[in-house]
Design a protein around this ligand. Structure first.
Ligand SMILES: *Cc1c(COP(=O)(O)O)cnc(C)c1O
Length: 383
């Protein structure tokens, strides 16, 4: 087996990506071109959504959607306690209040029973498909319906995740994807909001670019516009779209490699006593295999720092998803007064989880190397 280091993630950029970037740079058309709409069409088709709206990041897409839907002060929005801080920040940015829901110890996803138990109104629910495994969308959508809330999926790790016959990004009102370099596919920075609601898509397009109104009829001239709404600048550049579009041709290969690597690594980890490994499929949910989380025993008998250092010594990169329950990050704790013990499952994950790579950069024997390195590092970290 080779001993080249394996990082947690590595963008896969081929000649086609370089050529596409060069073509955009040579054209001089760096924004407002034809590549972004082509990327939107290809992505919408892949996900099976009516519309896809390119934005500058997943966070921008989440925020823009809440903004367009008028979420604001006085509104309460349910988000899982274990997620990227972006999910909660998008709510805070609108002056609304995140209602943190602890996660299910069997999946790491927003616990539907705890969501069902929320007292009082909710304006929106933001399920996060943890590491690519879809949340229980039947129960989440039922709560949304009962409360008159809309559902905005955080699909940052959920490209091609499936719930029955449908894909993540089509399971609520809208879903926001991330093309950050080490996610399933990249556009450098970038994101995409998918929706089956064409009116919402129109509004997202207008508001991602200042709220311009170009429909001036007789008065229409280059550079002349009216502004009839508030908006951001959350556009995607043509260079980013060119990289993203070039990745679409490789997505089948990326996903096949992730699924195979996950199976190889999972088989090795399943032999290790005391380790929790979340399923990659359960009921109607099928994961997109973003990474494989090994969760160490709750009793702290195995030191995470030692396992991570042991992996590093063996040339294997790892990560943590995510390093804190969001409500216990300094900002949220200071603002809302949450305390240790409020979100026990999310706290366990934040303390004891290690994310292992399964991406296409692993190559043929990579998943086996990651698994064997993990077994050695784990055994030598037992107290
Ligand atoms: C990475 C990530 C984000 C942020 O994505 P950006 O494109 O960097 O804004 C949001 N939510 C989750 C769950 C993520 O993992």
């Amino acid at each position: 087996m080779s001993d080249t280091p394996i990082p947690f993630g590595k963008p896969q950029l081929d000649d086609a990506a370089f050529d596409a970037v060069r073509a955009v740079l040579e054209s001089g058309m760096l924004v407002h071109g034809t590549v972004t709409p082509a990327f939107e069409d290809a992505f919408a088709a892949r996900i099976g959504a009516k519309e896809a709206v390119a934005v500058s990041s997943c966070t921008a897409g989440l925020h823009l959607t809440l903004f367009v839907r008028g979420i604001g002060p006085g509104d309460r929005v349910a988000v899982p306690a274990m997620t990227h801080v972006a999910t909660a920040h998008s709510v805070e940015l609108q002056g609304a209040e995140p209602v943190f829901i602890d996660v299910d110890p069997a999946t790491g996803n927003m616990d539907p029973a705890k969501l069902e138990a929320v007292d009082g109104p909710l304006a929106a629910i933001m399920p996060v498909h943890y590491l690519g495994l879809p949340c229980d969308m039947d129960r989440i959508n039922a709560v949304a319906e009962a409360k008159g809330a809309f559902v905005l999926e955080d699909c940052a790790l959920a490209v091609d995740s499936k719930w029955g016959d449908d894909k993540a990004g089509t399971l609520g009102l809208a879903g926001s994807f991330s093309f950050y370099p080490v996610k399933h596919m990249t556009s450098i920075e970038g994101g995409m909001v998918t929706t089956n609601d064409s009116d919402l898509a129109t509004e997202l397009r207008r508001r991602r670019a200042f709220g311009y109104n170009r429909a001036l009829g007789e008065r229409a001239r280059p550079g002349i516009y009216d502004v009839d709404a508030l908006g951001m600048n959350y556009r995607m550049s043509e260079v980013e779209a060119a990289v993203g579009l070039s990745q679409m041709n490789r997505l089948d290969d990326f996903m096949a490699a992730r699924s195979a690597n996950d199976a190889t690594l999972r088989a090795i980890l399943s032999e290790i006593d005391g380790l929790t490994v979340f399923p990659d499929r359960i009921g109607k949910a099928l994961s997109s295999h973003y990474c494989l989380n090994a969760v160490l025993p709750l009793d702290g008998s195995v030191s995470r720092d030692k396992v991570v250092d042991g992996l590093k010594d063996r040339g294997i990169g790892s990560s943590v998803h995510y390093p804190g329950p969001v409500p216990l990050f300094t900002y949220y704790q200071g603002k809302y007064g949450y305390k240790a013990g409020d979100f026990p499952v999310a706290e366990w994950l934040a303390e004891q989880t290690i994310s292992l790579p399964v991406g296409p950069h692993l190559g043929p024997d990579g998943a086996k190397r990651v698994g064997e390195a993990f077994r050695e590092a784990y055994n030598s970290a037992i107290a």
